[in-house]
Design a binder for this molecule. Structure first.
Ligand SMILES: N[C@@H](CCC(=O)N[C@@H](CS)C(=O)NCC(=O)O)C(=O)O
Length: 206
């Protein structure tokens, strides 16, 4: 039995829901985070001391950190698909999970938070402008990779596309200027057709 705690509009929860959709996994989802609360209760903190979402309980194994969850579920149910079958192919996909955390998210987060979650009069305009530039420079790197590869992990869709997919949805839907990145656009059009992406990741930004 798989239980997922986390609100549907969380970027990190969406990664896990999309992954479950790709793998055909059944689960129960419990709303948690922001207006739903739950994540600050002692019971939740006993599972996840960070008080963040998502957290999963899969047959008694509790796990938090969205990318660790992607790797775990893909490793069990997606060998040869979401989880590429050789160490080298795995590393090709896994690199992008790391890059999202160490690079892309640092620049996407301030743009998303300021433009979607923070009242206009409280926005840090200088930070947003700087982050938009850095984000575009990051995505030029992604675009160059996609000029030579159909997906982030290579020729097939893998777990490496999931964090980049939810991030790209935000980038394409935020009210910001964007450079034309045709390889990224083509890849994004391709992943946008996937039923699990449509079901879990394509809702208006809130
Ligand atoms: N590195 C963690 C980050 C988790 C995180 O920051 N979650 C946010 C939502 S995207 C959260 O729980 N925010 C508090 C809330 O929703 O109340 C992961 O990838 O799972």
């Amino acid at each position: 039995m798989l239980t997922i705690w986390g609100r549907k509009n969380s970027i990190n929860v969406q990664k896990v829901l999309w992954c479950c959709g790709e793998l055909g996994l059944k689960y129960e989802r419990i709303d948690a985070g922001m207006e739903h609360g739950v994540n600050n209760t002692p019971e939740y903190r006993a599972m996840n001391p960070n008080g963040l979402v998502p957290t999963i309980n899969y047959d008694g194994f509790i796990l938090w950190e969205s990318h660790a969850i992607l790797r775990y579920l893909s490793g069990i149910h997606g060998l040869g698909t979401l989880w590429p079958g050789t160490p080298r192919a795995f590393a090709e996909a896994d690199r992008w999970l790391e890059w999202y955390d160490t690079t892309l998210w640092l620049n996407l987060r301030p743009v998303f938070w300021n433009l979607v979650r923070i009242a206009p009069e409280k926005r840090d305009v200088a930070l947003v402008d700087e982050s938009i530039k850095r984000l575009a420079a990051n995505l030029v790197i992604a675009d160059a990779h996609l000029a030579k590869n159909r997906y982030f992990g290579g020729s097939q869709f893998t777990m490496g596309d999931i964090p980049l997919g939810v991030a790209a949805f935000r980038w394409f839907n935020l009210p910001i200027d964007r450079p034309a990145l045709k390889h990224l656009e083509r890849w994004f059009a391709r992943i946008s057709e996937r039923p699990a992406f449509k079901a879990h990741c394509a809702a208006p930004l809130t």
